[in-house]
Design a protein around this ligand. Structure first.
Ligand SMILES: NC(=O)c1ccc[n+]([C@@H]2O[C@H](COP(=O)([O-])OP(=O)(O)OC[C@H]3O[C@@H](n4cnc5c(N)ncnc54)[C@H](OP(=O)(O)O)[C@@H]3O)[C@@H](O)[C@H]2O)c1
Length: 327
């Protein structure tokens, strides 16, 4: 790599609506929401590629793509993502694929001197027992949750790469760490999904089948924070327009609920009237995950979609798309 040549001063304000803007992972939960938001906001030169069209693990293809398209802005929302079962069962895949995807995209973006890059990580980068709510500075201060440590390490490497590019090349790239997200386009597969889509599917199937009870994993006592993906997409654009700094920025609502409360709310919203049981022989995962969102608030952004409202529209989307969901 050459010496720093491309220092850019960040000027807060609206991004250029006509500039080429690449959304990596534009068909995923986050990427599709970012795409919708950018379209609504009047961006006229959006670029997206499916993994079949451009495998981001293919380094040469990624460099060719950046040389050809020269995006001015990039949101990196492509990743191998999964729930507790998938992360725990396939740690090599989560580590290796995510390292490859982000290394290729960030290296190619550097060569192309992409002006603004937003790298997306996840709240699992923080230590398992980090004081709650979790501040950005608790990164690398303790042991990770073992069920998704391989994934977390890949994401931590991504944050470091963003910081390193800032330091060595002076480019105003940033990263954001969302809490648990949900919404239209989520992964509802029984083994690959996160807690909320898994609950929606389980309770809706139980309602349809007239099942007398539903069994959930664990004790139901862990606490989780949930952010609607349209809020997340709005936060991404806000950060690109208003935030510049080396630290990753937490993105969440700043409030959490127990899994038990969440299950009750899902049961109510889907209209399931049977019983709920808890299989306490199964792992709970991290006891609490609540992000401190002061830095985001300082940057001028707050979540606006309530859990109840977000849940209703997500259940509607699930029912409309149940025949065509990812497996
Ligand atoms: N979901 C959450 O609760 C959550 C929470 C915190 C952080 N995040 C972060 O947000 C980001 C996106 O997550 P998500 O939930 O939107 O995931 P997702 O719905 O599974 O979408 C991931 C996207 O990545 C693309 N992708 C995966 N491997 C690829 C490859 N080799 N080449 C090209 N594209 C590839 C896929 O493209 P195709 O569809 O074309 O195959 C897919 O659309 C991740 O970095 C994740 O850590 C998510």
């Amino acid at each position: 790599m050459s010496a720093p040549t491309s220092e850019q001063t960040f000027v807060p304000g609206a991004l250029d609506r006509s500039a080429p803007f690449y959304v990596a992972g534009h068909r995923g939960l986050v990427g599709s929401a970012v795409w919708r938001t950018l379209e609504k906001e009047g961006f006229s030169h959006l670029i997206g590629r499916t993994s079949a069209e451009l495998d981001l693990k293919d380094r040469a293809a990624v460099f060719d793509f950046f040389r050809e398209q020269r995006p001015r802005y990039v949101v990196l929302a492509a990743a191998k993502v999964g729930g507790i079962v998938a992360n725990n069962t396939y740690p090599v895949d989560f580590l290796s694929e995510n390292l490859q995807i982000q290394l290729n995209v960030l290296d190619a973006a550097l060569e192309a001197r992409t002006e603004r890059v937003l790298f997306l990580g996840s709240s699992c980068i923080y230590p398992r027992l980090a004081p709650q709510p979790i501040v950005e500075d608790s990164l690398l201060t303790g042991h990770l949750e073992p069920t998704n440590d391989a994934y977390a390490i890949a994401k931590i490497a991504g944050i470091m790469q963003i910081q390193a590019v800032r330091r060595q090349y002076g480019l105003p790239w940033i990263s954001a760490m969302p809490t648990n997200l949900y919404g239209p386009g989520d992964n509802f597969s029984p083994t690959g999904s996160h807690v909320l889509p898994a609950l929606i599917r389980r309770y809706d199937e139980a309602r349809t089948a007239g099942a007398p009870s539903v069994t959930n994993w664990g004790t139901g006592t862990p606490r989780r924070e949930l952010l609607h993906v349209d809020d997340m997409a709005a936060a991404c654009l806000h950060l690109l327009e208003h935030y510049d700094g080396p630290s990753q920025v937490n993105v969440g609502t700043g409030t959490d609920v127990t899994i038990r409360e969440l299950a009750e709310t899902v049961a109510r919203v889907v209209g399931y009237e049977g019983e709920t049981q808890w299989d306490t022989s199964k792992p709970d995962g991290t006891p609490q995950k609540l992000l401190d969102v002061s830095r985001l608030a300082d940057a001028g952004w707050r979540a606006s979609i309530s859990l109840e409202d977000g849940l209703r529209s997500t259940v509607e989307w699930y029912r409309e798309n149940v025949g065509a969901l990812r497996t």
